[in-house]
Design a protein around this ligand. Sequence first.
Ligand SMILES: N[C@@H](CCC(=O)N[C@@H](CS)C(=O)NCC(=O)O)C(=O)O
Length: 217
Amino acid sequence: MELPVLVIGNKNYSSWSLRPWLALKQAGFAFEEVRISLDSSETRAQILAYSPSGKVPVLTHGKLRIWESLAICEYVAEQLPEAGLWPADPAVRAVARAASCEMHAGFAALRAGMPMDTRARHTHWPMPPAVMDDIDRIANLWRRCRMEYGNGGDFLFGRFTIADAMYAPVVTRFISYGVLLDEDLGQYCEALLALAPFQRWLEEARREIETIDIPRP
Ligand SMILES: N[C@@H](CCC(=O)N[C@@H](CS)C(=O)NCC(=O)O)C(=O)O
């Protein structure tokens, strides 16, 4: 069978693409990558050639099509259980899934008010109250995961898991928008950013030539 293909958007802008891309790279899952620029007249048709939802990311593996970032991560976690993409303990795994689902389903104000643009450095302060609430909730969630389940490791649940991949675009947003964090959470962000695949993604984002004007509310 041919290699799976992960179809993604612009590395500078597509936060949903970053999540499974990082998880798959960290797991050592072999895949090819197809990048579709998200702001052209051909974008929709190009994405629909791969993805029934008309959105990226989508993973194709033979005849299988897996759309939705979190479902792609789950698929690879099951394909490569030895990669430890979820915590081994069922109770901790359930919490890691809850943290991941909360990101996948929530934080609409933060996603709209602080769109991912890894190259940008903004000074849009003060942020609207709903964005501040999302920032506070994320900081509390990270702190609690690290305190209760981190075992002194670098990541939310000690070792890198899908939960870290789900929050990776939040780390780039916190840098772009100058969100200040306490020392422990700052170190968490640095550990995530130091991952070689994350560095590679950011470098490739820097080299992209497209610029997309993302409207902020
Ligand atoms: N819930 C989806 C969200 C996917 C999504 O919204 N992707 C954006 C790019 S980050 C997209 O494909 N937009 C289509 C477009 O801009 O034409 C997931 O988790 O994968």
